[in-house]
Design a protein around this ligand. Structure first.
Ligand code: DER
Length: 212
C-alpha cells in the first residue's frame, strides 16, 4: 500500500543518518520495522538498544547487535515512529505501548529522529494519549487523570498498566504537565518538541525532512 511504501521510504531516509561506531536507540512499531532491515543492509557497525522486546527480537534476527540499556548513558541517535506529529513538533507516541522506554531513549539521544508516513501529521494533537500507570492504586490514579480506557495488552516490560487518556487535549504542553504531575502515572505519550531533532515524513514519493 502507499502507506507501507511511505513508512519504508521514511525509514530508509533515517537509516542513512546512522554511521559506523554509533550507539543507536531503536524505537518500536511498524515504521521502525522497516528501519531495522535498512540498517542491516547498510552493514554499519553499531551498538543498538531496543525499546521493546519485539524490536529486540526483530533486530537480533537481522544480526543487529542489541544490548541492555543498563550502562549506556547516551546515544548518538535514536530513531522512532509516532502516532501524531503536530506542526510545532509535539508528538503523540505509544500506540505500540512502548512510550515509557521510548521517551527515556529519546531523551538520552544526542539526536532524536522521528520517521512517519503522511497519515501521522495532524493540525493539532488530540486524544487518545497513551499512558503507563502503576498497577498499585490504579483506580485512584485513573480518577485523577479523568477519562481513560484500559488497553487490552499485557503489562509493560516494566510492569505498568497501559491505558489511554481519552478526554480533551486543549494544549499539549498543559496536558503533558498535568499528566506528569499525577501520582501513579509512569509516563504518557506526549513528547515535547524539545526532545525532537528531526522529523522525516514520507508523503507520496516525496521525503519531507525537517529539523525542529
Ligand atoms: O508505540 C509507539 O510509540 C510507536 O512508535 C508509534 O508511535 C508508531 O507506531 P507505527 O510506526 O506502527 O505507526
Amino acid at each position: 500500500s502507499l502507506t507501507e511504501r511511505e513508512k519504508q521510504a521514511a525509514a530508509r531516509a533515517a537509516a542513512t543518518l546512522v554511521q559506523d561506531g554509533m550507539l543507536v536507540g531503536l524505537g518500536t512499531g511498524s515504521t521502525v520495522a522497516y528501519l531495522l532491515p535498512a540498517l542491516a543492509e547498510r552493514g554499519v557497525r553499531i551498538r543498538c538498544v531496543s525499546t521493546s522486546p519485539r524490536t529486540e527480537e526483530a533486530a537480533r534476527a537481522l544480526g543487529l547487535a542489541t544490548e541492555a540499556f543498563g550502562d549506556i548513558d547516551r546515544f548518538d541517535i535514536a530513531i522512532d515512529g509516532a502516532d501524531q506529529i503536530a506542526p510545532d513538533g509535539w508528538l503523540v507516541k505509544g500506540g505500540g505501548a512502548a512510550h515509557t522506554r521510548e521517551k527515556v531513549v529519546a531523551a538520552a539521544a544526542d539526536r532524536f529522529v522521528v520517521i512517519a508516513d503522511s497519515s501521522k501529521t495532524v493540525e493539532r494533537i488530540t486524544a487518545p494519549i497513551p499512558l503507563e500507570l502503576l498497577s498499585f492504586g490504579l483506580a485512584a490514579t485513573r480518577r485523577r487523570i479523568g477519562a481513560t480506557t484500559l488497553r487490552d495488552v499485557p503489562l509493560s516490560p516494566d510492569g505498568g498498566v497501559i491505558a489511554d487518556y481519552v478526554g480533551d487535549v486543549v494544549d499539549p504542553a498543559a496536558e503533558a504537565a498535568r499528566l506528569s504531575a499525577v501520582p501513579g502515572l509512569v509516563d504518557h505519550g506526549l513528547f515535547p518538541p524539545a526532545l525532537v531533532a528531526d522529523i522525516i515524513v514520507a508523503r507520496g514519493a516525496e521525503i519531507e525532512h525537517r529539523t525542529v
